[in-house]
Design a protein around this ligand. Structure first.
Ligand SMILES: *Cc1c(COP(=O)(O)O)cnc(C)c1O
Length: 403
């Protein structure tokens, strides 16, 4: 191809700019220049099936016409106004999210870490009149990179070098009710867990754990908070991962946490985070107690509303449940000496490999399939909610040939 040379130069040029001008917090190897549906193209024109999905963000894949239309219309009308004013989109999105989640109220922000911070501040505010502030989280959890969120995260690798840690967090093993029970003390205000640990290796909570946590936190009169940043927003085929885990389980219907942090898939690639507070606690955070300049801006809310409408009209929740199951079934047929376990649901799947995950991820990338490594030698498949059957078949073919 004529322009191959200049395209190679493009990759080289960007690489040099990164080396010279970007703090080396990331180590990318591949330049992506364009995307369409579930595919992306690199700087040399090579095509990849994108099951990295922007790290569980691109809920409708790339360049989705409905998102583009919503962005164009809203940007031409009102892109940003301060929260000193009402904006129609924020009110409408809050209503839609409350309808999906349960009676309560929303607070909008711009990322997963901020959504968790909102939950932590909420819990501390609620506990402040009771002398309670400590939040119990799980080992191998991941809650984001702010000082509060690294204190909450149960993995040393995010904490190293950033002491002193923010006080008030305690980690106990995941899926272990006894450990939580033993850890709850006079100063405990909340338990905060992921429905499915994402970065920690796609480890779903068990139904007994979730129901047990609800019972225990009710008995102890403390809050149950959930981090749905990665596992929420229809990723599992259900709006919330706990609905998937508790599907058909006696008592599961009635389960609800007291607050939920959301982000990632919610904005489909536009930065967006949200906190949901259940009705009894909906007014804990009062005027002046919490705020963000960008949170709930019309453009972000319009995008999130377009995604919700598309998912619900086209039943993409059912689609990803089905496509994900086909993918899981296919992955489970992998040779036992190469794959230890396949976990997850829908668009949130983890494969624990025998070989070092990074080498397998690199090989898959070379063969045209993007995936994401996770803790515990896991490879994540994070296909968008509108993934089609042929793409699942293609992913499985590349997997089989390169495992
Ligand atoms: C990604 C993630 C976060 C952090 O979200 P950011 O948008 O990167 O701040 C928090 N919790 C979980 C479970 C995540 O997967």
């Amino acid at each position: 191809m004529m322009n191959n040379q200049s395209d190679i130069n493009l990759t080289e040029r960007v690489k040099i700019e990164y080396e010279q001008y970007l703090a080396p917090t990331y180590a990318p190897k591949l330049l992506l220049v364009r995307g369409e549906g579930r595919y992306v193209w690199d700087g040399c024109g090579k095509k990849y099936l994108d099951f990295a999905g922007g790290l569980a963000v691109n809920s409708l894949g790339h360049a989705h016409p409905r998102i583009l239309k919503a962005m164009q219309e809203q940007a031409g009308k009102l892109m940003h106004v301060s929260n000193l004013y009402y904006n129609e989109q924020q009110g409408a999105l809050a209503k839609e999210l409350v309808t999906l989640t349960g009676p309560g109220k929303m607070f909008f922000c711009n990322s997963g870490a901020e959504a968790n911070e909102a939950l932590f501040k909420f819990a501390r505010k609620w506990g402040s009149t009771k002398g309670k502030f400590q939040i119990i989280t799980a080992t191998q959890s991941f809650h984001g990179r702010t000082l509060g969120c690294i204190a909450a995260t149960g993995q040393d690798k995010v904490k190293t070098g950033f002491d002193p840690a923010m006080p008030g967090f305690l980690h106990v093993p995941y899926n272990d009710l006894k450990a939580i029970e033993a850890a709850i003390g006079d100063q405990t205000v909340a338990v905060h867990v992921e429905g499915i640990q994402g970065e920690g290796g796609i480890r779903p909570a068990t139904a007994e754990y979730l129901l047990g946590l609800r019972k225990l936190t009710n008995e102890k009169e403390i809050l149950l908070l959930m981090d749905s940043v990665q596992c929420g927003c229809f990723r599992t085929g259900k709006w919330q991962s706990f609905q998937k885990i508790l599907e058909g389980v006696p008592g599961g219907e009635a389960f609800s946490p007291d607050a939920i942090a959301m982000a990632k898939s919610l904005g489909g690639g536009f930065p967006m985070g949200a906190a949901w507070f259940s009705l009894p606690y909906a007014d804990v955070l009062q005027r002046g107690s919490h705020a963000t300049t960008f949170g709930g801006a019309p453009l972000a809310c319009a995008v999130a509303r377009a995604i919700l409408a598309e998912v619900q009209e086209k039943r993409l929740d059912q689609n990803i449940a089905h496509q994900g199951q086909t993918l899981i079934d296919g992955l489970q047929k992998s040779p036992k000496d190469k794959v230890k376990e396949v976990r997850g649901f829908g668009g949130l799947i983890g494969v624990e490999t025998v070989e070092e995950n990074l080498s397998v991820v690199a090989r898959l990338q070379e063969a045209g399939l993007l995936t994401v490594p996770a803790t515990g030698n896991v490879i994540r498949f994070l296909p968008p909610l509108n993934t089609e059957e042929a793409e699942v078949v293609e992913a499985l073919e590349i997997w089989r040939e390169n495992l």
